[in-house]
Structure formats: C-alpha cells, structure tokens
Design a protein around this ligand. Structure first.
Ligand SMILES: Cc1cc2nc3c(=O)[nH]c(=O)nc-3n(C[C@H](O)[C@H](O)[C@H](O)COP(=O)(O)O)c2cc1C
Length: 173
C-alpha cells in the first residue's frame, strides 16, 4: 500500500491519498464568526500542499462557547453573506481536489474564560489545566442539550450545502 494511493473509508468517501491534516484552530474569522480571505488563503495553501483530507479547526455552534475568539461560528441558518463566505472557504480549501471536512464543535469546559467565565458543559468538572484560563462549568440541562443537538444539525446542513461529495463533517468534543 502506497501513501499516494486513494483510500476508501467505511463511510463511502474516497480520499485521493493517505495524508491528512489534523484540526488546527485558526482564529481567522471575523468577530461574528464569518470566514475571511485570510482563512481562504490558508486553506488554499494547505490544499496545494497535497494532503488528501484536511480537517478544519473548531467551527463553533454556539457563540457563547467559542474555543477562542476568531473561531468560525455557525449557530443559526446562515445569512447570504455567511453562505458566500462559507462557499469561498470551501472552494479555496479544495482547490487541489482534496476533501475538506468541517469539525463542528461546542467548546464546553474548554471555552476560554475571556469568552465565558461560566461555560456550559456535561458536568461541573473544570479543565485540569493551570493558569486560570478556563472557568467553572455549569452542567447542561436536558433542554439545553436538545438545543445543542439542533445547533449541530444546523451547522451540518449549512456546510453540506457546499459539499458536492467533496466534504464531510466531524463532530468535536
Ligand atoms: C495549533 C493547534 C491547534 C489545534 N486545534 C485543534 C482544533 O481546533 N480541534 C481539535 O480537535 N484539535 C486541535 N488540535 C489538536 C490536534 O488536532 C492534534 O490532535 C494534536 O496536535 C495531536 O496531534 P500531534 O501529536 O500530531 O500534534 C490543535 C493542535 C494544535 C497544535
């Protein structure tokens, strides 16, 4: 088996080769979470690098739970401007024929305190990291969990609109 050979995955997707870029948060969206030309440039560059699959950094489904400022945010059906920005990002990131998969995320207890000091998470167990970068999480209620499920679905549907067989989705955290 050669690294340059296509790889068919159990989900049915066929990657053009066996190299993949992992999720790396970019922080290059606008304050409202809209992809920018800088994000397009980065992903075009990565696409031209030749890996068969690129996984985006966190794309967040709740703007109160960013993993960092500058995350792309899809927490509602996208406006015309947002659709255009997502389409531009998708196009730039697949210029070399690779797959571009979106990591859709809710940062939960990994929400930075500068974004939200009391983030929602499955339980009130803080991240065990020094430095006070993260607040004490508040457990989600059943209703809030159902709302989050809807938000994941909205983000997935928004991205799938630009898929044309070239994209897939990966849920984070
Ligand atoms: C700069 C940077 C940004 C990252 N951003 C994300 C991210 O947005 N989502 C995620 O799930 N993991 C993220 N990670 C974790 C990486 O995807 C990867 O799992 C981790 O770096 C371990 O792989 P490695 O040993 O090859 O570095 C990030 C890592 C780095 C170094």
């Amino acid at each position: 088996m050669r690294i340059a050979e296509p790889l068919r995955l159990p989900c049915g997707a066929t990657l053009p080769n066996r190299l993949a870029k992992g999720a790396m948060t970019e922080g290059l969206a606008t304050a409202n979470g809209v992809p920018t030309p800088a994000l397009d440039r980065l992903y075009r560059c990565w696409s031209e690098g030749g890996a068969g699959m690129h996984l985006t950094g966190n794309v967040i489904i709740d703007r109160d739970h960013l993993e960092r400022p500058g995350n792309v945010i899809i927490d509602r059906p996208p406006s015309a401007d947002m659709k255009a920005a997502l389409a531009s990002w998708a196009k730039a990131g697949t210029v070399a024929g690779n797959h571009l998969w979106m990591q859709i995320s809710h940062a939960g207890r990994q929400t930075q305190a500068i974004v939200n000091k009391t983030p929602k998470a499955p339980s009130a167990v803080p991240l065990g990291l020094p430095g006070g970068q993260f607040g004490m999480p508040v457990p989600l209620t059943d209703g809030e969990i159902k709302d989050l499920i809807q938000r994941f679905a909205i983000a997935a549907a928004a991205w799938l609109g630009f898929c044309a067989g070239q994209f897939a989705l990966v849920a984070g955290r």
